[in-house]
Design a binder for this molecule. Structure first.
Ligand code: GTP
Ligand code: MG
Length: 148
């Protein structure tokens, strides 16, 4: 059976928070994105991490993404600072440009590889009983593909 990767986007605005929280429970991975040209978006990360700790599975894989590297001249958060933060929080770190599709494919492929690897070790939480909006609940992963 094929592996199915479902990707859900959440809105950052406060008024959507109650919806966002319901996504966490069944997520196997979370991508936390900030804007490298906006110090404030970086400083908000601890608040998002608190939410993750509160609502997500303790096995969730979290990737920190510094986006907008096409605007390098306006960078406010150094790569080193972000890497140190992500390491301390047990997150992977990657920098992207959604605008120029830089590292975006790599982000999702790396994440898919990690999920497949966890599935192979049978540590992936398959929360089929947790309802999600729409049909977001099937993960058939044990005979998926040829990744290591
Ligand atoms: N230059 C540049 N602009 C970007 C990039 N990614 C997003 N933007 C711009 O940043 C702004 C915000 O992008 P959104 O995709 O709305 O950000 P978001 O995090 O989904 O925002 P919420 O849904 O409100 O949480 C938009 O004007 C985008 O065009 C990027 O990689 N480079
Ligand atoms: Mg959005």
């Amino acid at each position: 059976m094929p592996l199915q990767l479902q990707i859900w986007d959440t809105a950052g605005q406060e008024r959507f928070r109650s919806i966002t929280q319901s996504y966490y429970r069944s997520a196997n991975a979370l991508i936390l994105t900030y804007d490298i040209t906006c110090e404030e978006s970086f400083r908000c990360l601890p608040e998002w991490l608190r939410e993750i700790e509160q609502y997500a599975s303790n096995k969730v894989i979290t990737v920190l993404v510094g986006n907008k590297i096409d605007l390098a001249e306006r960078r406010e958060v150094s790569q080193q600072r972000a890497e140190e933060f992500s390491e301390a929080q047990d997150m992977y770190y990657l920098e992207t440009s959604a605008k120029e599709s830089d590292n975006v494919e790599k982000l999702f492929l790396d994440l898919a590889c990690r999920l497949i690897s966890e599935a192979r070790q049978n540590t992936l939480v398959n929360n089929v009983s947790s309802p999600l909006p729409g049909e977001g609940k099937s993960i058939s992963y044990l005979t998926c593909c040829n990744f290591n």
